[in-house]
Write a protein that binds this ligand. Structure first.
Ligand SMILES: Cc1cc2nc3c(=O)[nH]c(=O)nc-3n(C[C@H](O)[C@H](O)[C@H](O)COP(=O)(O)OP(=O)(O)OC[C@H]3O[C@@H](n4cnc5c(N)ncnc54)[C@H](O)[C@@H]3O)c2cc1C
Length: 416
């Protein structure tokens, strides 16, 4: 470990996909960078995501349609949305803000904000992947969303029309055309939405490791440190950790859902919580799917990866301390069996992770008010992998005093 006397240009707190991507871009520019994590890079939320490069997710989750669908979800034990009774009181203020963010004017602003990030997210991600020499882990051939019930067709066609109006490339496929893409004539479907501007990565953990390694190769110091608090000093910041103090002229906080307590030590109270999600990985499994396949009704996505086939889903408001809900794995396994029965399920691994989410489902990206050397990049909700490249590019611009490629007003920390 480095001696406390070293002063870095910038300390990056948290080496998930967002922190590792940012550290890489910052180190490439020549600044001295410390990339700090209490664990191995990529072991938290970024480990188990679906690998989807979701450039299609331009509509924020808080919306009138989400509010209308919620009661139905909460009544069913197998529904993709769950609020455990033990966490209901704690999450209530977050949910109240979510409801407020669902009003049409906020939804429209949120859509424009997400569009501004997502519009360049694929290019920025692929540039980063190219620089880290991992293009072979990335695919840009879209995904398919299956529609299983005739009653869903109207809603999906509206989604297609709304998405198209915002420039998202997506078309409706009749079952025969969809079966071509999934490589067989099951399950029973009434059609599918074919998104052609999306992509996926074949190893989300491999991506973070590669970004962190590339950051180190570009000169960053990767250190195991658990940051407890951060103090302002006359020269910059002192990061207090169990392993000793670290000094830096600038700080970037990218600690996922745990950013909440770290920014609190600097006087910022953000309503950051988690939407927990689950995956099952059929290790060594193979599927006939040529591209990732999701289900409109079941809210899951199945992604072919290097290690096997991964099925991912669920939104659970249970904080970071409650135990996982093992029923989720059974639901995912039944769903995998239904949608992709050919996948060998003899070696299955299970995982639950913490999406870092703010109630308006927009991330915090930018500087602290009046404090250009204190930077934030957290709260990337369902899109941290997708947005890692564009976030890293924005952070690089901020750190190097260049104009940012997009307006950061919707993402400022003081909006709450
Ligand atoms: C089931 C599921 C599926 C998903 N699918 C997708 C998808 O397909 N596409 C997509 O774009 N996104 C997806 N996401 C979301 C995505 O995974 C997250 O948005 C992303 O991983 C967040 O990255 P992060 O770097 O902000 O946080 P994390 O990956 O959680 O990293 C935070 C890091 O900070 C470290 N840390 C925390 N506290 C401290 C401390 N005090 N000191 C030092 N280090 C600390 C942690 O150890 C960790 O390494 C999914 C999420 C889930 C749960």
């Amino acid at each position: 470990m480095k001696q406390p006397s070293i002063e870095y240009d910038i300390a990056v707190v948290g080496a998930g996909v967002v922190g590792a991507a940012c550290a890489f871009r910052l180190a490439q520019g020549g600044r001295s960078v410390a990339l700090l994590d209490r664990d191995e890079p990529g072991r938290a939320c970024s480990f188990g995501n679906a690998g989807h490069l979701g450039t299609d997710h331009i509509f924020p989750l808080p919306s009138l349609s989400a509010l209308m669908a919620t009661p139905g979800y909460l009544l069913s034990k197998d529904a993709p949305l769950k609020i455990p009774a033990r966490y209901a009181l704690q999450i209530a203020p977050w949910l109240a803000r979510f409801v407020w963010a669902s009003r049409p004017s906020a939804f429209q602003r949120g859509t424009e904000a997400l569009k501004s990030l997502l519009g360049r997210s694929m290019d920025d991600f692929l540039n980063l992947a190219r620089d880290a020499d991992i293009v072979d882990l990335c695919r840009t051939d879209g995904h398919l969303m299956l529609v299983e019930r005739a009653g869903s067709i109207r809603e999906v066609k509206k989604l297609i029309a709304d998405s198209t109006a915002h420039g998202v490339p997506v078309t409706w496929l009749e079952p025969d055309a969809a079966y071509e893409l999934i490589g067989r004539r099951s399950p029973d479907i009434v059609g599918a939405a074919h998104f052609t501007g999306t992509g996926h990565v074949k190893s989300p953990f491999g991506i973070v490791q590669a970004f962190a390694n590339a950051a180190v190769a570009a000169g960053a110091d990767l250190q195991r440190s658990e940051i407890v608090s951060i103090e302002r000093t006359s020269r910059g910041y002192t990061l207090k950790s169990h392993q000793g103090d670290i000094r830096a002229k600038s700080v970037l906080i990218t600690a996922g859902v745990w950013s909440k307590s770290i920014v609190a030590s600097l006087g910022f109270n953000v309503p950051l919580d988690t939407e927990r999600g689950y995956h099952l990985m059929a290790e060594g499994g193979e599927t006939s799917f040529r591209i990732p396949v999701s289900s409109f009704e079941r809210k899951v996505i199945i992604t072919p990866m290097v290690q096997g086939v991964r099925i991912t889903g669920a939104i659970e408001f249970g904080g970071t301390k409650l135990p996982e809900d093992t029923n989720r794995y059974q639901i995912l396994e039944r769903t995998l069996d239904h949608l992709a029965p050919e996948v060998d399920r003899t070696r299955m691994s299970q995982w639950m992770g913490f999406r870092p989410s703010l109630p308006d489902l927009l991330p915090v990206i930018g500087c602290a008010p009046g404090e250009p050397n204190l930077l934030f990049a957290f709260g990337h909700q369902h899109l941290g992998l997708t947005l890692s490249g564009v976030t890293a590019e924005i952070v690089r611009c901020l750190a190097y005093n260049e104009a940012t490629p997009i307006d950061l007003a919707p993402f400022r920390i003081e909006r709450f």
